[in-house]
Structures are given as C-alpha cells and as structure tokens.
Design a protein around this ligand. Structure first.
Ligand code: ZN
Length: 206
C-alpha cells in the first residue's frame, strides 16, 4: 500500500490508514462510523492493525470505537465525549438517539510508546483535541483543528475560541511548511499553502 490511504465516512469525517514502519502493520487515524469498510480493506490486504490514534472525541471521529478491537489512543480530556456519542448525535439530529455508551479501554495518547509519532495538544475545537505528526511520512493529521480552507468550530461542548487562536499561534506554527496536512474533513494540502491561503489562519495568525 501507499503510506497514507484515506476513507471518508457518510458523516464526511476522514479515517486515514498509515503504515509508518513501511511494512504490513497499519495504524488508523480516527474511527468514524462505518469503520467496517476500512477493516475489510485491512483484512483483504492481509495487513495487521497496530492501533488507532483519535484526534478528538466527537462521534464522527470516535464512534467506530465500539466496533474496533485493537488499542485506541486519545487525549483523555476528550474521554467523556468519546464514551458518550449519543449526547452529541442528539444535538445534530434534534432528537434523542440511542447509541450505546462506549465502555471499552481508552489509552492516554500522551503515554504512547511510538518514536515515529509526535503528539501536539491543540484545544479550541474540543478541550482534548490533538494533532499527530509522523516525521518520516512528512505528514500531520489535525482532526477538526485545521482544515484546508477553514478551522474547527468552537461553539460546541468544551470548545473555546480563545484557546483555538492560541493553538493556531502556538501549535500550527510548529508544523513544518513542506509537510502535508491531513484534516478530519475534506482535502489535504501542504502546511505552507494552508498558511498562505486559509482565510481563518490568515486572520488569526499574529
Ligand atoms: Zn469535531
């Protein structure tokens, strides 16, 4: 497989499949709904799942946890969100939808054991939002922190616009210009292109 493969869920959230060791062990970035398609691809290609790294706890990025059997890492500041998708889906659909609470294991991403991975903490969209950088792949995965042409909303539970502006100035600025930025929704682009063209970055970057 190529180093990075993208799957987009019906909720428009992206799941990325990466192989940082350049072999058959793959890791997932985010666990959206209909994760079955990704798992089918993994099984068909005789790949082995090393684990999943979740950018934040919103249901469209984490609800796949309930059908995922391997080790999953998240910033525990977003544990409540990841375990309680029902509350958030109700907000979107305007009605109470019954989805089971997730009772399985969640591992603290700040304690991960992989030297190929750098974790950046970028609150604003949610308290526990993080980005994952893979230096050897020249890639950074930002979830709903930074998109190609916009940024994540800050009006949901545990979101904070001032924290978002701080994260843009203190975390986004750490990303290398020639790295490819893979967001939680929509298309990827280089960090430098996003720095130059994204109107929200242009507005908030001091
Ligand atoms: Zn989100």
């Amino acid at each position: 497989m190529t180093d990075i493969k993208k799957f987009t869920s019906f909720a428009t959230s992206n799941c990325y499949l990466i192989s940082p060791f350049d072999n058959e062990i793959v890791f997932l970035i985010d666990l959206p709904p209909n994760i079955d398609e990704v798992v089918d691809y993994i099984n068909t290609n005789n790949l082995t799942i090393g684990g999943a790294f979740i950018t934040h706890g919103h249901w469209d990025h984490a609800i796949g946890l309930s059908s995922f059997d391997s080790k999953a890492y998240i910033n525990l500041d977003d544990e409540h969100l990841a375990r309680n998708p029902s509350e958030q889906i109700g907000d979107f659909l305007g009605d109470k939808v019954s989805v089971n609470k997730y009772e399985g294991n969640l591992h603290n991403v700040l304690d991960h054991e992989y030297d190929f991975l750098n974790v950046y903490i970028n609150p604003g969209h949610t308290k526990g939002s993080v980005s994952f950088e893979f230096k050897d792949l020249g890639a950074v995965f930002t979830g709903d922190f930074i998109f190609k042409d916009s940024i994540g909303r800050t009006d949901l539970y545990s979101g904070d616009n001032n924290e978002m502006i701080d994260s843009i100035n203190n975390v986004f600025t750490l990303f290398q210009d020639d790295f490819q930025l893979f967001p939680g929704h929509g298309d990827d682009d280089t960090v430098i292109n996003i720095k130059n063209n994204n109107p929200f970055i242009r507005e908030y970057l001091k």
